[in-house]
Design a protein around this ligand. Structure first.
Ligand SMILES: NC(=O)C1=CN([C@@H]2O[C@H](COP(=O)(O)OP(=O)(O)OC[C@H]3O[C@@H](n4cnc5c(N)ncnc54)[C@H](OP(=O)(O)O)[C@@H]3O)[C@@H](O)[C@H]2O)C=CC1
Ligand SMILES: O=C(CO)COP(=O)(O)O
Ligand SMILES: [Zn+2]
Length: 346
């Protein structure tokens, strides 16, 4: 059996901070809610969402500092102690991931209220928690609803929107890797999930001129793609359609770089290199990233070229069970240097 869990409601529009309660009532989520936010996202939208919820719910709140198991544990504890029935996560990928895993462990629902359009975890079922043994995402549950307030998301620095483009353009190489694993290793492959995932990537390429403007229409385009990409992952039952070797490269940078860049920024640069290795038109990918002002090289990522090379050579060790273009043995230092130089990454 293949279970596909998807969000039941997706709201995309302006001024939605007072709509969380309505959605929760419609979905009969219960009276006792826990709101999670970060120190910044509390001021950006969290406080106001909480204020509106207080009109008809018993509201508890927690400030989350980062996506760690300690914060997940704290959240699970709060859910238990206060008999919480559902969670709303107001924040970036880190806050959403903590809510996703804590609600999964506690077997309650959560609503995703993203404040950035920088990653496709907004509507996905997998959570990426940094200090788990795995450096990659693990299975949890998708949000029961996604409430994407374009005005809130637009308050985030433009850099986050460009990172969202990087996380989606990754789908091009992720799907290529998936097809390779299907053919070489007989791995399960879903044509439907792969097509949906590719559609998000193609849409950002097509709409790069709109996205680069950084206005509300740009946010809408990126958010829709990120939600579809998350749904593709839920259909596949793993992050396979949206995470291949380019993500392994980003995960490797998170491990070794003194100051990693945003997830989507690193994935975008990784996509250029992996597209080159796959024999895809990597120039088109770089052109799109340039168009939306996303980083396309080590300098723009703010990461020393030495870490880029090292990340390329260790990427295949991050998730050995997921076959990619890097193969079982990965890239030699020479091959890594060559690929990064040819594509202008270093
Ligand atoms: N589960 C999945 O499928 C996926 C998960 N991810 C994960 O998502 C994370 C990346 O998410 P991302 O959103 O880029 O980063 P973070 O959630 O880590 O947020 C980065 C910073 O941006 C701040 N911030 C959030 N919203 C705004 C805003 N509107 N204006 C100004 N600042 C804001 C945050 O504030 P504050 O300090 O208040 O939190 C935080 O300081 C990574 O951990 C990655 O692994 C990525 C892709 C897929
Ligand atoms: O970032 C993701 C998809 O964009 C999740 O990927 P991982 O499973 O590699 O963490
Ligand atoms: Zn990603």
């Amino acid at each position: 059996m293949h279970l596909m869990e998807l969000p039941r409601e997706v709201l995309l529009g302006e001024n939605l901070k007072d709509k969380v309660g309505e959605v929760a009532k419609r979905l009969k989520l219960g009276e006792r809610v826990l709101i999670l936010y970060g120190p910044k996202t509390k001021e950006i939208a969290g406080r106001e969402v909480r204020h509106h919820l207080k009109e008809s719910f018993d509201v508890h709140s927690l400030t989350i500092k980062k996506a760690s198991m300690k914060e997940v544990g704290k959240t699970v504890e709060k859910i238990k102690n206060e008999n919480v029935q559902w969670i709303v996560a107001v924040g970036g990928g880190s806050i959403i991931d903590v809510a996703k895993l804590a609600s999964f462990k506690s077997d309650i629902s959560f609503i995703s209220f993203p404040t950035t359009a920088s990653h496709d975890g907004i509507a996905s079922a997998n959570a990426s928690i940094k200090d788990l043994n795995a450096k990659t995402s693990i299975k949890a549950k998708p949000p029961i609803a996604v409430i994407a307030d374009v005005k809130v998301i637009k308050t985030a620095p433009y850099r986050y929107l460009a990172a969202g483009v990087g996380d989606m353009i990754s789908n091009l190489t992720a799907v290529k890797d998936w097809q390779l694993a299907h053919k070489l290793k007989g791995e399960y492959y879903s044509e439907y999930a792969a097509s949906l995932s590719l559609m998000s990537a193609k849409m950002v390429i097509k709409n790069a001129d709109i996205i680069r403007l950084g206005n509300e229409e740009s946010v809408r385009k990126v958010i829709k793609g990120l939600i579809s990409s998350g749904v593709a992952m839920s259909i596949a039952g793993s992050s396979r359609p949206a995470s291949g070797a380019e993500h392994l490269f980003s995960h490797a940078l998170d491990l070794i770089a003194p100051k990693p860049a945003l997830h989507g920024e690193q994935c975008g640069v990784g996509t250029i290199i992996m597209a080159y290795l796959h024999g895809l038109k990597w120039q088109k990918i770089r052109e799109t990233l340039k168009k939306v002002n996303a980083p396309t090289n080590a300098y723009e990522l703010g990461i020393d070229p030495e870490y880029i090379i090292e990340a390329l050579t260790i990427a295949h060790t991050i998730r050995p069970e997921r076959y990619t273009i890097l193969g079982k043995d990965g890239l030699t230092r020479e091959a890594a240097e060559k690929a990064a130089k040819i594509t202008g990454v270093i």
